[in-house]
Design a protein around this ligand. Structure first.
Ligand code: SF4
Length: 274
């Protein structure tokens, strides 16, 4: 079972990337479970044709975890993809990772944590005190950083990289940096900037997703690009990303090297010019 986690700043397009990636993986006849962890709980919405599924945290609050069954928490979406939303705290109240950990524990108890690939879609903002929890607990085995060339997105990606670097010093590290995915914001020299960032943190740029109107059109039609426009160029890009990630096996000996704030600023200054 491959356990991959996509981390990135809120609003960077992590859920769109995760849902399209899951859809592309499902085309390979793989059994996919996607788990979203974000207070917006919209990770799986496009796979569910716009339906907001109940979050595990809300269900636990309403019914108590002892009374929950698999059908309460797992919903089957596009192409048989099993969808779960961990949920999150009320705005302004951090959950310090309790939401996602409660979800994992419940799924384990229900024997539902299985499949060929588990895709975790986790908010990696600095405001989320719990983002490192899935890595620490060994659920997020391969971490992919979703960023753009925007400075704050790189800042968040670098912070997540710091958490992986810290955990990689353990006697038995259980999570590894898989690479960087650039979800383009059409920023000048973005490819070069994000490629250099990836190299500097000792990994590689695994995929560059160009900004495309078809993503927004598919979203208003409550579908992933893979479903809405399967023959589009953008669908091909998500398929290529799925292919790359499936073939990727992070080298445990290759430790991430996060940048200092000064280094990150200098890197941004090199590319972000008038
Ligand atoms: S772990 Fe972080 S992103 Fe997830 S619900 Fe808790 S505070 Fe939010």
């Amino acid at each position: 079972m491959k356990q991959i986690a996509l981390y990135g700043k809120g609003g960077i397009g992590k859920s769109t990337t995760s849902a399209n990636l899951s859809a592309a993986l499902s085309e390979k006849s793989l059994d996919i479970l996607q788990i979203g962890c974000d207070p917006k709980h919209d990770s799986t919405r496009m796979l569910m044709h716009g339906e907001w599924i109940p979050t595990v945290l809300d269900l636990v609050r309403a019914k108590g975890d002892a009374n929950l069954t698999v059908s309460d928490v797992i919903y089957t979406g596009y192409n048989g993809i099993r969808c779960v939303e961990a949920g999150g705290p009320e705005p302004g109240i951090g959950c310090a990772g309790r939401g996602i950990i409660a979800t994992f524990q419940l799924l384990e108890k229900l024997e539902a944590l299985y499949g060929d690939v588990i895709v975790y879609d986790v908010l990696g903002d600095v405001v989320c005190g719990g983002f490192a929890m899935p890595m620490r607990e060994g659920y997020a085995r391969e971490v992919y950083l979703v960023t753009s060339g925007d400075f704050m997105a790189l800042y968040a990606a670098n912070n997540i990289c710091k958490a992986i670097a810290r955990l990689s010093k353990r006697a038995k590290p259980c999570c590894f940096l898989g690479g960087v995915i650039c979800n383009s914001q059409n920023i000048k020299d973005e490819y070069e900037l994000v490629s250099e960032f990836a190299g500097r943190i000792n990994t590689k740029l695994l995929g560059f997703i160009p900004r495309s109107q078809i993503v927004r059109i598919a979203e208003v039609n409550k579908q992933t690009v893979l479903e809405y426009a399967p023959d589009s160029e953008q669908a091909g890009i998500y398929r290529q990303l799925a292919e790359t990630i499936m073939k990727n096996t992070p080298d445990p000996a290759k430790k991430p090297t996060p940048l200092s704030m000064d280094e990150l600023e200098k890197l941004a200054q090199k590319y972000i010019t008038a």
